[in-house]
Design a protein around this ligand. Structure first.
Ligand code: SF4
Length: 590
């Protein structure tokens, strides 16, 4: 393993993954060995290994089963299925069976929301779980049947493309967009991308052409292209579909970027939940190398050398943040960096780096083929082009919908067969909750920007429980780097549990508002800034869901120090007047 990765410590994530795949977990001896061979400390390796959910330093079951736990999985009954499996296997959730055979637990959204409930077994995604399928899985585990012999339909992942537009509806012969771009200088490609007004599809919406230009102009020993395929936002699965059926467009877009900015290496950071895509994607890369679409002198263009590697993540939502993703690519914990400087000048290995989303790269092939003006004319004034939406939840036809920007929420709901809809959560937990009064609003940077998640909730759903699930998600996924977020997201999650358990009061709403202010002003990255969004949104738009839980509407919290010292007085046997706080002239206990 070490030789294949050139004893390079920046490849630590991949080395750890392969070590674990070989030995079952990352053994202490393996860490010592890696530290010696890579020339880094044991602490550095443990620091990385303990950060990611899918790395195990202790033995785990030979069958590691993780149920996807997005709100849409909950709506489809994932927890009943988990309990059923635990009962059949005679194990407790979160524990390893005594014989070391199996462990069962939950994990954050696995990107299968259109075909849930879903689980990962030894990192392979199993979809469309039913009670019968769970029973069959229990038998397969008990009989120790190798995964390769499990029924193939268990692992079938459908694309579920429901609506195609310019990106999904057009054919691209491998190399077609590259040939068009290589006939002109790289600056011309940058100008076309600028003219297109393409904005990043990962959510932030930065203008792609400006990013490419800034990176191209930045001094450095090397320039890098990074494709962010770590789509961890609950409810998002469009990149999964692009990488499954449109990978050539994505790789071609990365190669275009390499040409534009003068890079020789591109890296695709694939989320660990999509491990099953690693081998097919590597095969496509090899096919592209064989066709001289990657490698040296691409398509006969002297001096244009570019290749692409795939790095697999290991279960950390925060790595979707571009600077955290770069840290992870360098083999470290996925803690977001201070910004500025930005990756365009100081990215991978502190060199100029473009980080774009999967969909953004795919869209650049259209621009290379048809020109910036053509692309800019699609969509709305400030939102050029089309957008892929990952639709899930209460609708007849969950799946991928591609629309020109500007489509209304109502149109999407009609197209996906949503009935009696109460709300749509657009752009995942960190996005915005749209109530029925707002269904005329538009998907566009001018109105509702989105990375692509579109979760539908009908009138039967409890919007408090939706927000509570999201609050748990943020508390789980906070990377812990800064205290306001690490503590604040847990406090919010606890407050929501308190309300759920019937112990809440209006005072807790004020606490959540205060937490929001704290997280907004003191958090280091966007996760902390948006962590209170779903709770505040649902308090504002669905107050009844909260009010029905308030059993103590007139409760005012207070702390009585004199009362709290009672146990100490009893223990010491001292209860004279000197052991009590004196009451102020106001008559109130201080
Ligand atoms: Fe990590 Fe949260 Fe701080 Fe972001 S805000 S760096 S996720 S602890």
């Amino acid at each position: 393993i070490l030789e294949r990765y050139g004893h390079n410590p920046t490849k630590l994530m991949q080395i750890l993954r392969e070590t674990q795949e070989h030995f079952g977990h990352i053994h202490a001896d393996a860490i010592d060995h890696l530290a010696a061979k890579l020339g880094i400390t044991r602490a550095q390796i443990e620091s990385t290994a303990t950060f990611y959910s899918f790395f195990y330093l202790e033995p785990v079951g030979r069958y590691r089963i993780l149920f996807s736990d997005n709100i849409t999985d909950r709506m489809l009954g994932n927890m009943d299925l988990l309990e059923r499996l635990c009962r059949q296997l005679w194990i407790e959730r979160g524990k390893v069976s005594e014989d070391g055979l199996v462990s069962v637990d939950t994990t954050s959204c696995t990107g299968m929301c259109d075909q849930g409930p879903a689980l990962l077994v030894n990192n392979r995604a199993a979809t469309r779980l039913t009670a019968e399928r769970v029973d069959a899985i229990a038998e397969l585990v008990k009989n120790q049947t190798p995964l390769a012999q499990w029924p193939a339909e268990f692992f079938q992942v459908e694309d579920n493309i429901r609506r195609k537009d310019k990106l999904l509806g057009s054919e691209l012969q491998p190399g077609e967009a590259l040939r068009a771009a290589l006939s002109k200088p790289p600056e011309a490609l940058v100008e076309e991308v600028k003219a297109s007004n393409l904005r990043g599809r990962g959510g932030a919406g930065f203008t792609t052409g400006l990013k490419w230009e800034a990176c191209r102009n930045a001094p450095g020993e090397a320039h890098y292209v990074v494709c962010n395929a770590d789509e961890g936002e609950p409810g998002t699965f469009k990149d999964r579909v692009l990488l499954t059926s449109y990978a050539d467009k994505v790789f071609e877009g990365m190669t275009l970027c390499g040409y534009a900015i003068g890079a020789k290496l591109g890296m695709l950071y694939l989320r660990g939940e999509y491990r099953y895509l690693l081998d097919p994607l590597n095969e496509i890369l090899q096919r592209r190398r064989n066709a001289n679409l990657l490698g040296s002198g691409i398509l006969g263009k002297a001096g244009f050398d570019f290749d692409i590697e795939i790095h697999l993540g290991a279960g950390a939502y925060i790595c979707g943040e571009e600077s955290a993703l770069i840290e992870s690519l360098e083999g470290k914990r996925g803690n977001p960096r201070n910004r500025p400087p930005f990756p365009v000048t100081h990215g991978y290995l502190q060199q100029p780096t473009v980080v774009n989303n999967v969909e953004t790269f795919a869209a650049t092939t259209l621009i290379a083929l048809h020109g910036g003006a053509w692309y800019q004319a699609i969509g709305t004034e400030k939102s050029a082009g089309t957008k892929l939406l990952s639709v899930s939840g209460d609708c007849e036809r969950p799946g991928i919908y591609e629309y020109p920007f500007g489509v209304t929420v109502a149109q999407v709901l009609e197209d996906c067969g949503a009935r009696d809809t109460q709300a749509a959560q657009v752009s995942g937990p960190s996005g915005v909750c749209i109530s029925s009064a707002e269904f005329g609003r538009r998907i566009a940077f001018e109105d509702i920007p989105t990375a692509g998640a579109f979760m539908v909730f009908d009138q039967s759903r409890d919007m408090f429980e939706v927000a509570r699930n999201f609050a748990h998600f943020f508390a789980h996924e906070s990377c812990g780097f800064c205290t306001p977020c690490r503590v604040g997201t847990s406090l919010q999650s606890n407050l929501m549990d308190k309300l759920h358990n019937g112990h809440g009061s209006p005072y807790d709403f004020e606490e959540i508002k205060k937490l929001n202010q704290l997280l907004l002003s003191m958090s280091h990255c966007g996760l902390g800034h948006t962590a209170c969004n779903p709770v505040l949104d649902t308090i504002a738009k669905f107050p009844a869901a909260y009010e029905k839980r308030l059993q103590h509407k007139d409760f005012t919290p207070a702390f009585n120090l004199d009362w709290a010292l009672g146990p100490a007085r009893r223990m010491t046997g001292r209860d004279d007047s000197g052991a009590h706080f004196k009451e102020e002239a106001t008559g109130e206990t201080p």
